[in-house]
Every structure is written in structure tokens, then in C-alpha cells.
Design a protein around this ligand. Structure first.
Ligand SMILES: Nc1ncnc2c1ncn2[C@@H]1O[C@H](COP(=O)(O)OP(=O)(O)OP(=O)(O)O)[C@@H](O)[C@H]1O
Length: 261
């Protein structure tokens, strides 16, 4: 059935209709010349887990920022459930497509306030805010006694976990994670990856994750989006990718770059 706008409403969309469709998108540099991203096209179904991989400076963070309009595409089109994201107000879009930056900030709030605040802004009743706060803290293994800690009383990894809990508490359609394991020890990193792979099907959340640790990207992903120098090298099913070869090619690239320095 079509809505008044002539578009399918989200609930009426078939699971085979892409939730997100990126068509020939380019992003021009705002400093200097050239493009950060060039002619990127791919489609994603709801609930998929996409690992974004590529060497340093490939455009991975720029792509995440495009998907929630922190960057505006210079050309091309991004459709969220058939609607051009330029037609969605940024604040509204970011409730549905939520980005967690690598350097997570709690903006002077305590852990409890930081997780609750976005829900408060959206008018959730106090009891529901508390319920979600406790639920997501537990799922992320955030100890209860962190609740009253502020940013400076948390390590970088602890701040990342709180920022992820804050984003998950909103229950966005699409969660964008930039290097979420970069400041975590290997045990916590592994737990987070397992948790994300459970949450995606449980809540129907689509998750994009930038990660330099390819073994974690492999464990996490249903699809892999490989960028190099702002271009899409491949977008493929994780199980079809030759991960061993990809690891080897990244090692060679790093060695080459180290020699050029
Ligand atoms: N607004 C901008 N104007 C010009 N260049 C930019 C701008 N923002 C980022 N860059 C450059 O664009 C390239 C892509 O940056 P981006 O942060 O997206 O890469 P990345 O793949 O996430 O890298 P890393 O893995 O190191 O985080 C980099 O060379 C970066 O210095």
C-alpha cells in the first residue's frame, strides 16, 4: 500500500526492499581539492551488520558522517526507507540513524544523565527512561556504580561503552559505530562484538561498524564494505570474502606506507 506521499511506509515495506540505498554518492573535500568519497553505491536490508574496512584515510568515517547528514553529499542520493535523507530534518534523522564517534563525549554529564538525556528530550516517561537505562547498562556490562561518574572519571574505553549504551537506548533503526573497540581490552572488545551480533536481529537494528581489527570485523559482519582512497573496492557478503587475503593486502599496504614515510 502507498502512503499519501506515494511512498511505501516503513511498516509496509517488504524485507527485501532496501532500508538504505546509497546511489552514486560523492563527497567533496571542504579543505583543499578533490573528493573524500567518490561515486559510492550500495544497498542494505534492515538488520544487516556491515563492517566498513580500509586503510587509514580511506574515507570510512566520512561515509558514516554522510549517512546521518553530519556531512552532506556533493552529488548522488541516499534513501532511507525510500525517502531522500535531505528531506528529513537532521535531528529527526539522527534519532533513526545514530552515530557513535570514536572519541565519545558525555558533555559534562554523569553516566546516568548521559544515557537518559536523549530519552528525556524525546519525552519518554521517567519510569521507561529508568528501565532502558538499567537494561542497556546491564547488557553492556556497565557496572551500576558508574552511574554517577563523569567523563573524567572514566577511561576512553569506558566512555565508548557508555556512548554505545546511550545510542542503543534510543533504539535507532541504524546504528553507526566508528571504531567502537579501539579503546577496549581484547575481552571487552570480543564481548561487545558478540553483543552487537545479537542485538541486530533481536531489535532489527542495522549496524555499520568501522573497525581496523579485521578478525573482529569478520566475526561481526554479514556484509563488508571495503574502501580505498575514497572509492568502493567491494561490497560483498562477509562469508564470500577472502579475509586472509584482505589481511595480507592490508599488511602489505601498511608496510609500503611505512617505507614511504
Ligand atoms: N572536511 C575535510 N576536508 C578535506 N579533507 C578531509 C576532510 N575531512 C577528512 N578529510 C581527509 O579525508 C580523508 C578521509 O578521512 P576519514 O576520516 O573519512 O578516513 P578514515 O578511513 O576514517 O581514516 P582513519 O582510519 O585514519 O580514521 C583523510 O585523508 C582526511 O584527512
Amino acid at each position: 500500500m502507498l502512503g499519501q506521499s506515494g511512498q511505501l511506509s516503513p511498516l509496509e515495506m517488504s524485507p527485501e526492499i532496501p532500508q538504505l540505498k546509497v546511489s552514486q554518492v560523492s563527497l567533496a573535500a571542504t579543505v583543499g581539492m578533490g573528493f573524500l568519497l567518490q561515486d559510492i553505491s550500495f544497498e542494505v536490508l534492515a538488520g544487516e551488520r556491515i563492517a566498513i574496512v580500509g586503510p587509514s584515510g580511506a574515507g570510512k568515517t566520512s561515509l558514516l558522517r554522510l549517512l546521518n547528514r553530519l556531512n552532506e553529499a556533493s552529488s548522488g542520493k541516499i534513501l532511507l526507507e525510500n525517502q531522500d535523507i535531505r528531506e528529513i530534518a537532521p535531528t529527526q534523522l539522527r534519532q533513526q540513524v545514530t552515530l557513535v564517534l570514536q572519541e565519545a563525549k558525555l558533555l559534562g554529564m554523569t553516566v546516568q544523565e548521559a544515557i537518559s538525556y536523549p530519552l528525556l528530550l524525546r519525552g519518554f516517561p521517567a519510569a521507561q527512561i529508568k528501565e532502558r537505562l538499567i537494561y542497556w547498562m546491564e547488557r553492556l556490562h556497565i557496572p551500576e556504580d558508574w552511574q554517577n561518574r563523569t567523563e573524567i572519571q572514566l577511561s576512553a574505553g569506558q566512555r565508548q561503552l557508555v556512548a554505545i549504551a546511550r545510542a542503543l537506548a534510543i533504539q535507532p533503526k541504524i546504528l553507526l559505530l566508528d571504531e567502537p573497540t579501539s579503546a577496549l581490552d581484547s575481552g571487552r572488545a570480543s564481548y561487545l562484538i558478540q553483543l552487537l551480533t545479537q542485538i541486530a536481529p533481536e531489535f532489527g537494528t542495522t549496524i555499520f561498524m568501522v573497525n581496523h581489527q579485521l578478525e573482529l570485523a569478520e566475526e561481526f559482519s554479514t556484509k563488508v564494505l571495503h574502501l580505498q582512497q575514497g572509492k568502493l573496492v567491494e561490497f560483498t557478503a562477509s562469508e564470500k570474502l577472502d579475509w586472509k587475503q584482505l589481511r595480507q593486502s592490508f599488511i602489505e599496504l601498511e608496510q609500503q606506507e611505512a617505507e614511504e614515510w
